[in-house]
Ligand binder design. Sequence first.
Ligand SMILES: Nc1nc2c(ncn2[C@@H]2O[C@H](COP(=O)(O)OP(=O)(O)O)[C@@H](O)[C@H]2O)c(=O)[nH]1
Ligand SMILES: [Mg+2]
Length: 199
Amino acid sequence: MYTLLSGLYKQWTTKERYNVLVIGLDNAGKTTLLEKIKQIYNHVPGLPPEKIGPTVGLNIGRIVWQGAQLCFWDLGGQTALQQLWDKYYAECHGIIFVVDSCDSDRIKEVHDVLAQVVTTHDTEGVPILMLANKQDAPRALRLHDIKEVFNPLAVELDARDSKVLGISALCGEGVSESVDWMGTRLFLNKRHRPPATSQ
Ligand SMILES: Nc1nc2c(ncn2[C@@H]2O[C@H](COP(=O)(O)OP(=O)(O)O)[C@@H](O)[C@H]2O)c(=O)[nH]1
Ligand SMILES: [Mg+2]
């Protein structure tokens, strides 16, 4: 009886788990996005923006989305840390690539880094969401201009699910739309990248 009940309990409480990498250059707003996601979905206050320092290791945030656990891995974006992203590609189910829309000087660098991400073997078939962040800032490049930067990569991205969305991680604008887009794609891509399970 105990075995039966504990088996049922396990079945009820076990969730599919999907890992989502949150990457992009340093200062793009990755940690701010993670904090906003936790705030919206877990109803916790989240770190105030002024308390968010540069990410050296890894920040993890977990939420439940449509009965599944989405586990966001926010990795440091400094050049030296970008080499570590490789280690996570094979284990991730989706990638969110955050772009600082205010930093037009580094847009070429953004393009080159993203090109590397999408052409890496281990990210093949993984849904990629590009977020043009800081759309609240008056000097932000508009979504249209950011999309132009990504157009040359369209050939690489053609075979998989990808999208460019404008957001403000600081204000929360577009954040739940981003999570919804990613969650839907993770489910659709389940056969290709099966979820892990977690209690
Ligand atoms: N205006 C504006 N600033 C933002 C936004 N998101 C992040 N920032 C600011 O950008 C800086 C870097 O953010 P952070 O989350 O640490 O970037 P990370 O290095 O990618 O993790 C901080 O000063 C944030 O307050 C946004 O949506 N709008
Ligand atoms: Mg950070």
